[in-house]
Design a protein around this ligand. Structure first.
Ligand code: ZN
Length: 176
């Protein structure tokens, strides 16, 4: 059974560090970290996670949109592990939508993000990929990539008034 890791919470300095590039992708240590990150994501009902959230300050993130209790309306996709990801280009257009963060429990924010992005990254085997994401998966990528440069979604808000509690999000926004 793969170990589930503890999630760093807002205030932990690791969330404000610039993550280092992954250098030894094929090492047992890095492959184990990827397995644990995937297991932690599933267990915590996340749709994405970045390595600094489990106190590993390296450029590794997972985008894994799927409907779950925290995001009941999220689209389904295969979990995508991204090593040393880079944003290549983005749409002019930004859209605002609700985000939460496993490191900031209990609240949601209305965050502007580019609607469409093109990214490049290496998969866990070291193969390079170029991929276009739109809408919610694009949002997840931008959120997780922010974790690699020491930013959280609170830093991207246009107004503190765009913050609400989880409970209000589920009842007022999703009408659950
Ligand atoms: Zn987050």
């Amino acid at each position: 059974m793969v170990e589930v890791l503890q999630i760093s919470q807002l205030g932990n300095p690791v969330l404000r560090q610039i993550a280092q590039p992954v250098e030894h992708l094929h090492s047992l240590e890095m492959q184990t970290l990827i397995d644990r990150l995937l297991a932690t994501l599933v267990q915590s009902n996340g749709v994405g996670i970045a390595a600094p959230q489990v106190a590993a300050s390296v450029q590794l993130l997972i985008v894994a949109s799927r409907p779950n209790p925290r995001y009941p309306t999220a689209p389904q996709m295969e979990p995508t592990v991204m090593v040393n990801p880079r944003l290549l280009s983005h749409s002019e257009e930004q859209i605002k939508d609700w985000e939460g963060c496993l490191s900031i429990p209990g609240i949601r924010g209305l965050v502007p993000r580019y609607r469409e992005i093109e990214v490049e990254y290496f998969d866990r085997h070291g193969n390079p990929h170029r991929q276009i994401f739109t809408n919610f998966p694009a949002r997840i990528f931008q959120h997780e990539a922010d974790h690699l440069i020491g930013k959280v979604f609170l830093d991207r808000l246009e107004s503190v008034q765009d913050l609400i509690t989880d409970q209000e999000y589920l009842t007022r926004i999703l009408h659950l």
